[in-house]
Write a protein that binds this ligand. Structure first.
Ligand code: ADP
Ligand code: MG
Length: 293
C-alpha cells in the first residue's frame, strides 16, 4: 500500500466530514463485514422527551413527577434530562435529592422529601414488596412496542408509576443502513434499552439483528464474541459506555456530536453525527485500496 494513496484517501475523508486518525485506518475499514450500531444518540437523535406518565391508583401525577424529577436532576442520562425537564415544567421547583446513586445501565436511587426513591428498569424494583401492577406492566409493554422507553418509578418499597420517554430516529439512519447492506455489511443494533423497544427501532431503520438489555460493561464482550465468530467488526457509538467497544472493534467510529471519551477511543470521527458518514468511510477505503492494488 503506498502511503501517498492512503494520505490522499484520509484527505478526501476530511473533506466529507469523516476524520480518519491515521492512514492505516483505511486498511482496516476495507475488511469490515459487520457493523454494530449503538441505538441512543447514534441511530436515534438521543434527544429524549417525556411523552407519558401512568400512575398506580391513589398516586398523583404531580407526586410521581416531583420525586422522579428531583432524583433524575442529579443524573446525566438522556432519560434523566427528559424527566427532570418535564417535571420542572409541570410542578415547578424540584426538591433536593440526597444519597444519590447511579446504577450504570439500570437507573438511579436516592432520597427525596424523606422517601427512598428509585427510577429505572423494572429489574431495579424486583425485590420490592409491591412490584409494578398489571396495569403498569401493560402500559410499559404498549410503549415499548411503539419503540419508546418506559421506566418504573417507585418509593418506599412500592412501584407507583411508569414514565414513558421517546427519542426519534435520525432522518438519515435508514438510508445509511440500506447503504451498509448494499456494501455487503450486516448491521446489528446494540443497546442497553429493552428488547421490545430496540426491535421496533430496528424495524424503523431496517435492522433485523438486535442485541438489547446489554449492561454498559457488556458492550465490549458483544464485540469480542462477534470477532471470535470470525467477523471483522466496525462499531459506531457516541457514549461513554461505548468507548471500550469502540476500542475493541476492528474499526471504531464515533459520532462527532458524542462524548469526548468515545471520540478518543475511535479510529474515525463522523463530524456531522450522520450515520451516512460510516458508509462514506467504507466506500472511500474500498476505492483507495483498489487504486493501490
Ligand atoms: P443505551 O445503551 O441505550 O445508551 P443505557 O445503558 O444508558 O442505554 O441505559 C439502559 C437502560 O437503563 C435505559 O434504557 C433505562 O431503562 C435504564 N436507565 C439508565 N439510566 C437511567 C436513568 N438515569 N433514569 C432512568 N432509567 C435509566
Ligand atoms: Mg448512545
Amino acid at each position: 500500500a503506498t502511503p501517498t494513496a492512503l494520505l490522499v484517501g484520509t484527505g478526501r475523508g476530511a473533506q466529507m466530514g469523516v476524520l480518519i486518525k491515521g492512514p492505516e485506518v483505511l486498511e482496516s475499514t476495507h475488511a469490515v463485514d459487520t457493523i454494530v450500531l449503538d441505538k441512543t444518540g447514534t441511530v436515534t437523535t438521543g434527544a429524549m422527551s417525556l411523552v407519558g406518565v401512568t400512575t398506580a391508583p391513589g398516586v398523583s401525577r404531580a407526586d410521581a413527577l416531583r420525586l422522579a424529577g428531583a432524583l433524575e436532576d442529579s443524573s446525566e442520562h438522556p432519560i434523566a434530562a427528559a424527566v427532570a425537564r418535564a417535571a420542572r415544567v409541570e410542578v415547578g421547583t424540584l426538591p433536593a435529592a440526597s444519597d444519590f446513586a447511579n446504577i450504570e445501565g439500570l437507573g438511579v436511587q436516592g432520597v427525596v422529601d424523606g422517601h427512598a426513591v428509585t427510577v429505572g428498569r423494572e429489574a431495579l424494583l424486583a425485590d420490592w414488596s409491591q412490584p409494578l401492577s398489571a396495569e403498569l406492566v401493560a402500559e410499559k409493554a404498549r410503549a415499548e412496542s411503539e419503540g419508546k422507553t418506559a421506566v418504573a418509578v417507585g418509593w418506599d418499597g412500592a412501584a407507583r408509576a411508569v414514565l414513558v420517554v421517546a427519542d426519534t430516529v435520525k432522518p438519515t439512519s435508514a438510508e445509511a443502513i440500506s447503504r451498509f447492506k448494499a456494501q455487503g455489511l450486516t448491521p446489528i443494533l446494540l443497546t442497553g434499552d429493552n428488547t421490545a423497544t430496540a426491535v421496533q427501532i430496528g424495524r424503523e431503520v431496517g435492522i433485523d439483528e438486535v442485541i438489547a438489555e446489554v449492561l454498559p460493561a457488556g458492550k465490549v464482550d458483544v464485540i469480542t464474541r462477534l470477532q471470535a465468530q470470525g467477523k471483522v467488526v466496525a462499531m459506531v457509538g457516541d457514549g461513554v459506555n461505548d468507548a471500550a467497544a469502540l476500542a475493541q472493534a476492528d474499526l471504531g467510529l464515533a459520532m462527532g456530536t458524542g462524548t469526548d471519551v468515545a471520540i478518543e477511543a475511535a479510529d474515525i470521527t463522523l463530524v456531522r453525527g450522520d450515520l451516512r458518514g460510516a458508509a462514506d468511510a467504507i466506500a472511500l477505503s474500498r476505492r483507495t485500496l483498489r487504486t493501490i492494488k
